[in-house]
Design a protein around this ligand. Structure first.
Ligand code: NOJ
Length: 554
């Protein structure tokens, strides 16, 4: 077993984690201060979202210099210190490599846009306008509008899958690949242990650049822009040039990828990535707006079971899963799928039990371990460029949604839901900063914070501690076979993990209702002992309380 197969990885969004100098922005020395907290939780590694120099158009996913820490987070020296201190505490450090695109403030782009024949000209994807002067095709950018922006100096358009300030790199150019690989080697030399690879499945483009068919009246059309023709070749090269020789862990972000594709990316013999974040299970509450506008629906838990189970079985013995429900692009699970009012503890621990009982490496997003919730902000209280652009396009320009409808949806799924400052205690600004926080603290911080949670009889943090400790101690959680039970049930997630003659049963009620189930009755018959239970004083039984979750040994 590799360390990351036995380990649990904790994601930190540095801007919102802990501010050590009172400027309102979380920073690297702040993370050092909180290392004992992470040790206490028991995780094995920290993944930091981008800390490089950046104009922060997309919160650091627009990198201006891959080798320099942004002064708002501290200095390169602070990062070295964090790595050193983390290692002393037995924690590994994973950085985020944003290699599909850079910031438009990156010197490579500044040079590239100057002319068609300089050293950096081909570092990005430039195309001539159509004869009428319009963009080369009708592709939409992820954050709204066209995926192309015109630059008069070159009389050409450049491609950007995200904001116009995030030009896409041209991976077909071997120099680009060398520059990216070199930046990764640089951080290896500073002691970094691995990489989370941002939208790595988008690096190879469909070089025909044809228009795509959209909905009637749709000017710019979102395309399935993953798994381009050279994607596997580029990722294999990255593996051979950086990951394998320097023994760095890798987890790639893989939006849209099917299980087959995930398998290709992560099957060890193909020498690409160690793990990949699949997106399918996070779509169980997403709906399709008639005109392409954002839309949600009631979460379909049967679908959640189907997708997660399929992933478990298809990857078994062939590749390794990356398990997550929350991250900096997702909202808070108790608010999204559970109940963040009367059953916050129960629903947070129920979904945690599902995830941490599975085979793979669990990822915990800061605040998930204390059951942080989605705030219900007004439009001007959101920061995210994606949300702002969508509001402008879908509400203000096209009137596809009213402000109220828009907010009802975003209160469920906005990326900013997960980006509010970490809630440490009941002091002003939740103890996150002595200054004015860069982003509004969730007003529920007096009730929900680390200090209150740990002191509570129903501590989510302590439940996570147990889940983490179990994974470290019990090989059945890392090596045991997965077997889904009651696959037809829409409300109860039940599965076995089996290792040699040991058998654990996981049962979780995913609803806020009491459910009595004959099938559960059958399953728990002659269980031997309770491994974990989120209702302390209740007996294990076939009458499941709202969000009741248990693991029993059979
Ligand atoms: C995925 C990142 O997680 C997200 O935050 C970012 O906006 C996009 N990639 C673009 O880099």
């Amino acid at each position: 077993m590799k360390w990351w197969q036995k380990g649990i990885i904790y994601e930190i969004y540095p801007k919102s984690f802990y501010d050590s100098n009172g400027d309102g922005i979380g920073d690297l020395p702040g993370i050092v201060t909180k290392l004992p907290y992470l040790k206490e939780l028991g995780v094995d590694a920290i993944w930091l979202t981008p800390i490089y120099l950046s104009p922060q158009v997309d919160n650091g996913y627009d990198v201006a210099d891959y080798r320099k820490v942004d002064p708002m987070f501290g200095s390169n020296h602070d990062l070295e210190r964090l790595i050193e201190q983390a290692h002393k505490n037995g924690l590994k450090i994973i950085l985020d490599m944003v290699a599909n695109h850079t910031s438009d403030q990156c010197v490579w782009f500044k040079e590239s846009k100057k002319s068609r024949n300089n050293y950096f000209s081909d570092f990005y994807i430039w195309r001539d306008p159509k004869p009428d002067g319009s963009a080369p095709n009708n592709w939409a950018a992820s954050f709204g509008g066209s995926a192309w922006t015109y630059v008069p100096e070159r009389r050409q358009y450049y491609l950007h899958y995200y904001a116009a300030q995030q030009p896409d790199l041209n991976w077909e150019n071997p120099l680009v690949r060398q520059y990216v690989f070199d930046a990764m080697r640089y951080w290896k030399a500073q002691g970094v242990d691995g990489w989370r690879l941002d939208v790595i499945t988008q690096i190879s483009k469909d070089l025909s650049f044809k228009d795509v068919k959209g909905l009637p009246g749709q000017k710019y059309v979102p395309l399935k822009n993953t798994s381009g023709p050279h994607m596997h070749q580029f990722i294999h090269e990255l593996n051979q040039q950086v990951l394998s020789p320097f023994e760095m862990m890798s987890v790639g972000e893989a939006p849209n990828s099917s299980i087959d594709e995930i398998l290709k990316l992560t099957a060890p013999e193909r020498e690409e990535l160690d793990m990949a974040f699949s997106f399918e299970h996070m779509r169980i509450d997403k709906a399709a707006g008639k005109h392409g506008e954002i839309a949600v629906k009631k979460p379909d838990f049967k679908q959640l079971k189907d997708v997660l189970s399929k992933m478990q079985t298809e990857l078994a013995d062939k590749a390794w899963n990356a398990l997550y429900f929350e991250n900096h692009d997702r909202s808070r699970i108790p608010s999204r799928w559970g109940n963040d009012k009367e059953y916050r503890y129960e629903s947070a621990t129920a979904f945690a039990t599902i995830l941490h009982g599975l085979c793979g490496t669990p990822f915990i997003f800061q605040g998930e371990e204390i059951g942080m919730t989605n705030p219900t902000y007004s439009v001007d209280e959101y920061e995210d460029i994606d949300l702002k652009n969508k509001y402008q396009e879908q509400v203000e320009e096209k009137h596809l949604l009213t402000t109220e409808e828009f907010l009802n949806i975003e209160h469920k799924i906005a990326r900013d839901n997960g980006r509010t400052p970490m809630q440490w205690d009941t002091s002003p600004n939740a103890g996150f900063t002595q200054g004015k926080p860069w982003y509004k603290v969730n007003p529920d911080y007096k009730q929900i914070n680390v200090k209150v949670d740990i002191a509570s009889k129903k501590s989510i943090f302590k439940y996570y501690q147990k889940l983490i400790a179990l994974r470290h101690q019990e090989d059945i959680l890392t090596e045991g076979k997965y077997q889904e039970m009651m696959p037809e049930d829409k409300n109860i997630f039940a599965y076995y993990r089996v290792l040699e003659n040991k058998r654990w049963l996981v049962v979780v009620n995913m609803t806020d209702r009491q459910i009595e189930s004959d099938q559960v009755k059958d399953l728990i018959k002659d269980y031997r002992s309770v491994i974990l239970h989120n209702y302390k004083s209740k007996e294990i039984s076939a009458t499941l309380a709202p969000y009741e979750a248990y693991i029993v040994q059979k």
